[in-house]
Design a protein around this ligand. Sequence first.
Ligand code: 5AD
Length: 346
Amino acid sequence: MKELSDYIKVLQENSDLPDKELGLVVASEEANVLLAPRADSVRQEHYGKDVYVRGLIEFTNYCRNNCYYCGIRAGNTQALRYRLTQEEILSCCAEGYDLGFRTFVLQGGEDLHFSDKDICSLVTGIKEKHPDCAVTLSVGEKERASYKAYFDAGADRYLLRHETACDTHYRMLHPESLSLANRKRCLWDLKEIGYQVGSGFMVGSPYQSTENLVADLRFLQELEPDMIGIGPFLSHKDTPFKNQANGSFTQSIRLVSILRLMFPYALIPATTALGTIHPQGREMGIKAGANVVMPNLSPLRVRKLYQLYDNKISTGEESAQCIADLKKRMEGIGYKVVSARGDVKR
Ligand code: 5AD
């Protein structure tokens, strides 16, 4: 076994590739053209041409954490903070439902203003009005008992990226108050409780090595998440990483394909970060093996305020209101946006 195409064949057969060879594929710019069509055919075997949509509601940009990469970190005094009320969130869902969304993703910073009771009541409120919809939470690290309470209230899925699976790298991206061990504890708790779990990482985050990315893939093999979200690191002007280079678009696309080959069953979004770094980023992500897009359903007035990184797209064709355009764009590249919960197919 010497050539890139041999390594990729091993990946496609879903057998194990040693770390070194996996690293070569992860780092190789030539791999993209070989990977994308194979990833696409694996995706079609499992999910056909369907593209699932999730209505993303960014309901608070308050956050107690200080991750060095993130624009809504607590220490960013430039950020204008907002919280949506339960009524506002429910009206986003009502609007989303009429547009055809059958999954709502409640994402926010780690904002303790929302108690566990509040989050449970948000979940129950959505489920009462839209029993045929899935509710996904993405509200960060919590105690197991909190996760259990949200699940019992009706939450179906939970998104929590591990960000990087190497302790030393984790330390370079986060302050002392956060740890990879606790992040992993959260992910295992979520799984055990019965959530469909999503994890993932940033591509090209500062100080990231190829070995780090291989470790990310290995951790995901251990976790076997239902959803895997990745996107390029993009710098934000009011963070300690303001002068760090952005992640690579082509490497992000390459990793989407690698993920599809390694996790054929997974729900893999073409993320907002992919759409921000390249105007056709989301379409290219879909063609390279992704099968989910997450248009923004937040009220227009707050969209620009959920700035995890500079220039985050928010009012153009990625918004939920532009679902008709999204449908056309997906049809234009041979795929079909479907109105369905879009649960994982194991
Ligand atoms: N660039 C790219 N992605 C980012 N995220 C946070 N900050 C950035 C950034 N500067 C990602 C993290 C987080 C998700 C919600 O957004 O991976 O888990």
